[in-house]
Design a protein around this ligand. Structure first.
Ligand code: ATP
Length: 272
């Protein structure tokens, strides 16, 4: 195991940001953390990066120089160019000379920033800046890579490049944990962690998450019980937790987005 949080609770004053969360990051895997605003995703990643001290529980992660961390903020220095940002971080991790230059150029190419290599980071689009931050976090080949929303604002085509970078890094043996707001992207991860209001709603492979889900989801323009429904495209999907389904609307095979919303609704209607 490269990193783990065991029964970890983090509190900011009165607010519990993580409540008894247990997550493991094995070598060679990509763990995707999903959940709504304020669910605790950033706090979990910061705990693994040892940027916050838990109130209780155990966090195990490698030494700082063996970790790469893209934080929730910009993740790069606005006044430095793409090349200078990578040189600076690579240098701080002990890369130098030809090794630093070739690794820096490789990262620029892999994240599709060749045309922007001499632009200051402050002049990049939001998506380009996330890609630069991701490249900076992995330049020194860390054994644990922690990425806080690397793909937010990245266009759909570049997201594929970014995902390739991340999965190739995992294939080389790095343990990767990343948060994402794109559930279609999270479906590709080795392991999914769904957070809701500081707690784990469900975790496992996408297949495990799907098979642990019971109940029925239907689709129609007008749901029977609006409070159990959500918009998907032009229709609404509606969740039926029990055996009774009082509609003739067609049933659907739920994807991760449906499962996460249905489980969050259940938790809000039936507080544990
Ligand atoms: N430094 C802090 N001080 C006080 N409260 C905090 C701090 N950091 C996080 N919180 C609170 O802890 C909870 C979890 O926040 P966190 O940033 O981990 O959620 P998140 O899932 O990453 O959300 P988002 O996607 O909106 O960034 C929130 O209620 C947040 O307001």
């Amino acid at each position: 195991m490269i990193a783990a949080a065991e029964n970890t609770t983090v509190r900011f004053g009165e607010r519990v940001a993580l409540d008894g969360v247990t997550v493991e990051v094995p070598a060679g895997s990509v763990v995707a953390v999903v959940g709504g605003d304020g669910a605790g995703k950033t706090t979990l990643l910061r705990a693994l990066a040892r940027e916050v001290v838990p109130e209780s529980g155990t966090v195990t992660s490698p030494e700082k120089h063996q970790m790469g961390y893209l934080p929730a903020g910009p993740g790069s220095w606005g006044a430095l160019t793409v090349r200078q940002n990578l040189d600076f971080v690579g240098g701080a991790y002990g890369l130098a000379g030809g090794e630093l230059r070739s690794r820096r150029d490789e990262m620029i190419e892999r994240c599709g920033l060749t045309v922007a290599a001499d632009r200051p980071a402050s002049a990049l689009s939001g998506g380009m800046r996330r890609k630069l931050g991701t490249a900076m976090a992995m330049i020194h080949r860390p054994i644990l890579l922690i990425l806080d929303e690397p793909s937010t604002g990245v266009d759909p085509v570049s997201r594929i490049d970014l995902w390739r970078m991340v999965s190739e890094t995992a294939a080389d043996g790095t343990g990767v944990i990343m948060s994402t707001t794109y559930l279609d992207e999270a479906e590709r991860a080795t392991h999914l962690v769904v957070l809701d209001s500081a707690r784990i709603l469900v975790q496992g492979s996408y297949d495990e998450v799907r098979s642990s889900f019971d109940g029925t989801i239907t689709r129609s323009p007008e749901p029977v019980r609006r409070e159990w429904s959500w918009r998907r495209g032009r229709e609404r999907h509606e969740y039926w937790p029990g055996p009774t389904v009082t509609t003739d609307a067609p049933r659907i095979d739920p994807d991760l987005e449906d499962i996460v919303i249905a489980m969050s609704l259940t938790r809000r209607q039936v507080p544990s």
